[in-house]
Design a binder for this molecule. Structure first.
Ligand SMILES: *[C@@H]1O[C@H](CO)[C@@H](O)[C@H](O)[C@H]1NC(C)=O
Ligand SMILES: *[C@@H]1O[C@H](CO)[C@@H](O)[C@H](O)[C@H]1NC(C)=O
Ligand SMILES: *[C@@H]1O[C@H](CO)[C@@H](O)[C@H](O)[C@H]1NC(C)=O
Ligand SMILES: *[C@@H]1O[C@H](CO)[C@@H](O)[C@H](O)[C@H]1NC(C)=O
Ligand SMILES: *[C@@H]1O[C@H](CO)[C@@H](O)[C@H](O)[C@H]1NC(C)=O
Ligand SMILES: *[C@@H]1O[C@H](CO)[C@@H](O)[C@H](O)[C@H]1NC(C)=O
Ligand SMILES: *[C@@H]1O[C@H](CO)[C@@H](O)[C@H](O)[C@H]1NC(C)=O
Length: 410
């Protein structure tokens, strides 16, 4: 990513936006927010909708060469609007302006206290940007090719955050042989690039993708899905509603070591030892794992480092996630209860495979991976994360860059 190229792209997009969402400060009525945009390369097809700049499907081959959809979502795009009004899962969306939780909906910048809407836990904290976060915005499609799509959002001080922010979300798929991808595996890249336009403001975006590499052929991911977080020796402690209390924990010494995924293990291997980790009376993971880069990886915003490896012994599908972000929120779908149906298109594949599977999303039926900054870093200046979480018009852009590389295991 070259900053200069980004700036010219941002300026290029402004006239397009002016005709749609910017004029009169209302959202575009000409574009259909539920139109499906498909991008593909060899062995990978991904689908998106403008509502939430949202990833709705990722099709990759399993070890037998049969294509599987490895993300949770809906076949019918309009269902995402109903989801927002009911279970509000944030399936596949870009979340922002500030992902994850803000304690008391309050933060201070240069001595000024700001208050944003508290949309979680009956009004005591802010989750994913407030009542109407980026997941519910109808982004403008500013570019689309066979292998890439770009969604753009001008946030005019939405949800009481200070100032305006423009974001381009560019997704690509490719199989190019590079030093990071020497075998040319199919990969999806997400680049969320934001500029503070008028005031100093927190900016922390994230993709909110629900992965299931067994493609719902099993009732959960507990027994067949390996997870490794090679750089996450530390995590942020949360209270009973997952708000950081300021303490950084060592993974090896906490919750009986159940939070230590540095060497990799089955998702379910130690899940019984996580009681309380995902909140009051909750068992499972919903946790901000830190990314401790080895010293030879420069900590500049433009370098990616592998932070997560996952594979399913059922389908043989493997995933490696690399990012420039300083943390990962990992959520094992602890609050799901078997009421949201699996996409009929995937249920049909599972029937055709003769494997069967689950027709509903169960508790522990997926792994959400959010590559982002340290949770509530804006309220914990002692962590030193402010330069990566607060931006003014003189700074930036804020770049959240992640790649999702797919392969198969024996
Ligand atoms: C695509 O998938 C097929 C079947 O699994 C495999 O034989 C082929 O090598 C893959 N191509 C790439 C570029 O990964
Ligand atoms: C299951 O979860 C949904 C929210 O995701 C909730 O509306 C529903 O009441 C729950 N059902 C049961 C039986 O707990
Ligand atoms: C919570 O937010 C309110 C409103 O901004 C503020 O008055 C109060 O001091 C905050 N409480 C804490 C503990 O930060
Ligand atoms: C996005 O479009 C949908 C469908 O028209 C609409 O219901 C929703 O309110 C829009 N979102 C916002 C934030 O305006
Ligand atoms: C996972 O394995 C454990 C122990 O073998 C077993 O008790 C449990 O029923 C399995 N769960 C699923 C969802 O397959
Ligand atoms: C924060 O919570 C963790 C985990 O429960 C605990 O070990 C730690 O002592 C707490 N820190 C503070 C400052 O309360
Ligand atoms: C699956 O992933 C785990 C965790 O990264 C790893 O230890 C294991 O070797 C992988 N399995 C295969 C067959 O590659």
């Amino acid at each position: 990513m070259h900053v200069r190229n980004y700036l010219s792209a941002a300026i290029y997009a402004l006239p397009t936006l002016a005709q749609g969402s910017l004029a009169g400060n209302t959202e575009s009525t000409t574009d259909d927010p539920f139109e499906v945009y498909t991008i593909s390369a060899e062995n990978i097809t991904a689908k998106f909708i403008p509502y939430g700049a949202r990833l709705t499907s990722v099709l990759v081959p399993d070890r037998s060469g049969n294509v599987q959809d490895v993300v949770m979502g809906y076949d019918d795009p309009k269902q995402y609007l109903i989801d927002t009004e009911t279970s509000h899962t944030y399936f596949g969306a870009v979340v922002g302006r500030y992902a994850n939780r803000i304690k008391n909906g309050t933060f201070t910048i240069d001595g000024v206290e700001y208050h944003v809407p508290e949309n979680e836990n009956g009004g005591i904290d802010t989750l994913h940007g407030g009542f109407v976060g980026y997941d519910q915005r109808n982004w403008t499609v500013t570019a689309h090719t066979t292998s890439s799509v770009t969604f753009t959002l001008l946030d005019k001080g939405f949800e009481s955050f200070p100032g305006d922010v423009i974001t381009h979300a560019t997704y690509t798929v490719d199989t190019k042989v590079t030093s990071e991808n020497p075998r040319g595996f199919p990969q999806l890249t997400s680049k969320l690039v934001s500029l503070a336009l008028t005031e100093k403001t927190p900016i922390m975006l994230a993709n909110h993708i629900y992965w299931n590499l067994n493609a719902y052929k099993e009732s959960t991911v507990l027994n067949d899905t390996f997870l490794q977080l090679p750089l996450s020796h530390r995590l942020i402690a949360g209270d009973s509603i997952l708000i950081p209390n300021g303490t950084i924990l060592e993974a090896a010494d906490s919750y009986g070591g159940s939070v230590d995924f540095t060497a990799g293990k089955l998702v379910g291997e130690h899940i019984e030892d996580t009681y309380g980790l995902c909140g009051d009376d909750c068992t499972g993971y919903d946790t901000c794992f830190l990314v401790d880069r080895p010293p030879w990886y420069p900590a500049t915003p433009n370098t990616l480092v592998p932070v997560l490896r996952m594979n399913s012994s059922t389908t043989g599908i493997s995933l490696e996630v690399s990012t420039n972000q300083a943390a990962l929120q990992i959520f094992t779908c602890d609050s799901q209860n078997g009421t949201i149906p699996i996409k009929p298109s995937q249920v049909k594949r599972n029937e055709a495979d003769g494997h069967g599977g689950t027709n509903y999303l169960n508790q522990y039926g997926c792994v959400v991976v959010e590559t982002e900054g340290w949770i509530d870093g804006i309220n914990n200046p002692q962590w030193g994360q402010l330069p990566q979480q607060v931006y003014s018009p003189e700074d930036g852009p804020a770049i959240n860059w992640a790649t999702y590389k797919f392969g198969t295991i024996e």
